[in-house]
Design a protein around this ligand. Sequence first.
Ligand code: CDP
Length: 228
Amino acid sequence: MIIAIDGPAGSGKSTTARAVAGRLGYVHLDTGATYRAVALAFLRDGIEPTKEGAERVLASVHLDVLLDETGQRILLNGEDVTEEIRTPDVTAVTSTVAALRSVREKLVDEQRRIARAFEEGKGGVVIDGRDIGTVVFPDADLKVFMIADERVRARRRFEELRESGSTATLDEVLRDIRSRDEKDMRRTVAPLRKADDALKLDTSELDIAEQVNVVVQAVKERENLSAV
Ligand code: CDP
């Protein structure tokens, strides 16, 4: 069972995907972390996010996605960078790196391989990102496209960042979200968009438990249909 969850920044994808996976005994794969890890490799090597730069970075990048009791951990050339990929510097460059065709080709292959392995081990994987239902798994068993009012999304991200010690203001967070969404929707390769057959879920007025219930319910309906 492959469950694809896409949507803009702060729409609640990762939190929902993690909780849905927990409820169903499946695995959660956060593809944003793979783009963030490659973006970190550009920053560390001081390489510009261009087509030429990507050739150099991709030649020396190896990613591993592991699972432990805290959830997904991501390793860049053997080093655990799970926390470091959430810093504002990495966030700022990730959408530019993620627009590069060669980066996407490499990561989409990796994501498919990892998701299939998880699916085989646990029976199902909940995978979240921007292009999962449109490009990575266009045949997913269930596709969800999560949206929410931009102010609600900024507020959520602001609270999250504040808890991790950030001093960014709400306005700064809102600007960052707007600029990333715009880059993600406008890029030529795999832009952020709803797949025609995705379930649209507006989380502006839902809390986490409610949005998780909607997705779990939709999975159960699919399971019943495929059992007939
Ligand atoms: O958690 P948040 O929604 O803020 O971001 P994320 O899921 O960690 O993704 C960070 C960035 O990676 C996005 O803004 C996209 O530019 C890129 N991304 C992508 O292009 N395709 C994906 N499947 C996942 C992330």
